[in-house]
Write a protein that binds this ligand. Sequence first.
Ligand code: SF4
Ligand code: SF4
Length: 161
Amino acid sequence: MDPLSRLCTSCGLCCDGNLFTQVPLLADEVALLRRRGLPLLARGDRLPVVEQRCAALAGNCCTIYDERPQGCRGYRCMLHAALAADEVGLEEALAVVVQTQALLGALADALPPGHGAPLRRARVEARAGTLTASASAAVGAAARQIGRHFDREAGRVATTG
Ligand code: SF4
Ligand code: SF4
């Protein structure tokens, strides 16, 4: 497996609901994904979207990789771009993923029991005004890591909801 694939199949953050909540679709992709049985989130008159955690994600792998939407094909996080440009090595990049997973695990531990991406669950708690101080600190740590290594906007949204 090439280094970029090694990285992404160890990560999955851009599909599991931690970085993003949904993937926009083009009209022809809606029909294709419906044929594949992927559940889509209806949005009234607007095109539906793929809600994350994506139902096509198995472990850290996309099960519809060759048919994934353009919104997925076009996305490269900062860590992926840095590895592609040889600005970081594979081992260093994998270590960043492990660190990030540890921070997200700490956040999950600070949240009430539940399923789904910790940062997504934390946004729900924050909107409800029920985020504890320890969970808020854990959100900050995870968001800084994501903003520094993966996606500045996703890191910012993680703390602002
Ligand atoms: S967040 Fe980056 S490294 Fe992780 S799966 Fe997505 S593109 Fe790959
Ligand atoms: S379709 Fe594949 S690449 Fe796109 S969000 Fe789902 S699992 Fe990730």
